[in-house]
Ligand binder design. Structure first.
Ligand code: MG
Ligand code: MG
Ligand code: MG
Length: 313
């Protein structure tokens, strides 16, 4: 048997990480790479489960540590801190992504990144470039990822390229993105049976940049109060993570998908960096970030700027 090429997204996978792995597997197989296999690096969240249920599809297999020299394709991330364990010793063949490049694995590879709202949008272009048919199921997987990453085209990360892809994909899938996407996002906001630890880990990303180690976690909600009435429990869970992982600070953002704002809890020795980053004053470890919904475009860059300015002082 020839060896498998594993395709996966980031840890604490979101809808884009799961569905783009599946869409990339299909593309690779159509192009003759029959050993391509979508896998996942963490639990499927409720939003993604809504998509899989809708399509009557199974989630990709869960993997842990990857073996030395395992051939892999990364989607929806390029940062080793967010990738599968032992990624440093894997052979990365390709990266398909839409995040800032923080790639440290040095070997020749195919690298495709575009400043668009979603990995699925890049994959949509690749299907067209390679003239591979986009089936109804593939179109629905792509639309789901775009709806998730762009909050149904409302996030400032949304580009004309994403909107154009959505117009074409809606026709193939026979779906109205606005209705389907909002139902999907709402399914993801149900945290009623979750512990605070589980909630902060639904979509938590580790960053090791600017000589700091920190996490920015995000959870979508239609009701900020339902989260903040339990603030002290979330603070306990966050402080535990800070201790366990030796973090310099932790930002937990509850993003209001109806009003497009985020309310944050920020803890840890370097937590005051958020005041500088966002021009807000933190009160009781929390601050409201008006019109901020995107971690990658509106949270991480100002935090990195503030950290770099501190270093330069
Ligand atoms: Mg993602
Ligand atoms: Mg993405
Ligand atoms: Mg996301």
């Amino acid at each position: 048997m020839e060896k498998e090429v594993l395709i996966f997204g980031h840890k604490n996978p979101d809808t884009d990480s799961i569905t783009s792995s599946m869409v990339m597997e299909n593309l690779e197989r159509e192009l003759g790479n029959k050993n391509a296999k979508a896998v996942r690096t963490g639990d499927v969240n409720k939003e993604t489960q809504f998509v899989l249920n809708y399509l009557d599809m199974e989630a990709p297999e869960l993997i842990g540590n990857i073996n030395d020299n395992q051939e892999v394709i990364l989607v929806d991330h390029n940062d080793a801190a967010q990738s599968a364990d032992n990624i440093e010793h894997a052979k990365v063949l390709k990266v398909i992504d839409h995040h800032a490049v923080n790639f440290t694995i040095s070997s020749p590879l195919y690298y495709r990144a575009e400043p668009v709202g979603c990995t699925a949008t890049v994959l949509y272009e690749l299907y067209n470039e390679k003239r591979i048919e986009i089936t109804n199921k593939i179109a629905t997987l792509m639309l789901s990822a775009i709806a998730s990453d762009t909050l149904v085209l409302k996030s400032p990360t949304t580009t004309e390229v994403d909107k154009n892809a959505v117009r074409m994909l809606e026709k193939i899938a026979g779906l109205d993105l606005t209705k389907y996407g909002v139902d999907m996002l709402k399914a993801g906001t149900d945290i009623s049976d979750f512990t605070p630890e589980q909630v902060i880990n639904i979509d938590s990303k580790l960053f090791e940049q600017s000589n700091k180690k920190f996490r920015i976690a995000q959870v979508n909600t239609a009701d900020l109060d339902s989260i903040f009435k339990n603030q002290s429990y979330f603070e306990q869970a966050i402080n535990n993570d800070i201790q366990k992982e030796n973090l310099d600070f932790y930002v937990f953002a509850a993003t209001d998908i109806i009003n497009s704002n985020s309310k944050i809890i920020s803890l840890g020795n370097d937590a005051p960096v958020v005041e500088k980053a966002f021009g807000v004053s933190v009160d009781n470890h929390t601050a409201m970030l008006e019109n901020v919904v995107s971690r990658k475009k509106q949270m991480l860059p100002p935090i990195l700027d503030a950290l770099n300015n501190n270093i330069n002082l």
